[in-house]
Design a protein around this ligand. Structure first.
Ligand SMILES: [Zn+2]
Ligand SMILES: [Zn+2]
Length: 164
């Protein structure tokens, strides 16, 4: 059962994903990425949708090296604004996020109530109702990662296949 877009436990305890980082796969970052998109309401934080670009990127405010992969260093930009930002930085037209109407630090976590208790209740009930089956919990970021890895388009049946 896929219950949520991202794993809030892993956001609070980044160590849990430590082995994933060590294994060289990006699942930990995919989880943070889904969280950042949710936090920013799937909206470009520069043009707020004015450029009508449906492709959203997650941008590192400070470089990955110095700022890291924590949600506070990440922000949602549409591809158009993202390209524009990096072009302007590269050509020296702007110096940093302050010159591009980007918040230096993003708003703090607002995930407290997200999916709350219900998903665990639902999972428990599914387990109880299906004692012969193995009922496990999974997340949207894993489904999406798998789907893109397999080169499948976004369809409910493809997601279902990836979840299973
Ligand atoms: Zn934009
Ligand atoms: Zn960027």
């Amino acid at each position: 059962m896929e219950t949520a877009s991202f794993d809030t436990q892993k956001l609070k305890n980044p160590d849990i994903s430590g082995t994933e980082y060590q294994n060289g796969d990006q699942k930990g970052f995919w989880n943070v990425r889904e969280y950042v998109l949710f936090r920013d309401n799937h909206e470009c934080q520069h043009c707020h949708g004015k450029k009508k670009d449906p492709v959203l990127n997650v941008h590192h405010i400070e470089s990955r090296k110095t700022g890291g992969n924590s949600p506070s260093n990440l922000i949602t930009l549409c591809k158009t604004c993202h390209n524009e930002y990096h072009k302007k930085i590269k050509s020296g037209k702007i110096k940093g996020p302050e010159d591009f109407k980007l918040p230096k630090r993003t708003q703090p976590y607002r995930d407290a109530a997200f999916m709350g208790i219900m998903r665990w209740t639902l999972l428990e009930r599914l387990k109880q109702a299906n004692p012969d089956l193995e009922v496990v919990n999974t997340y949207g970021y894993l489904t999406k990662n798998k789907r893109i890895e397999l080169g499948l388009v976004k369809e409910h049946y493809n997601d279902a296949y990836c979840i299973a």
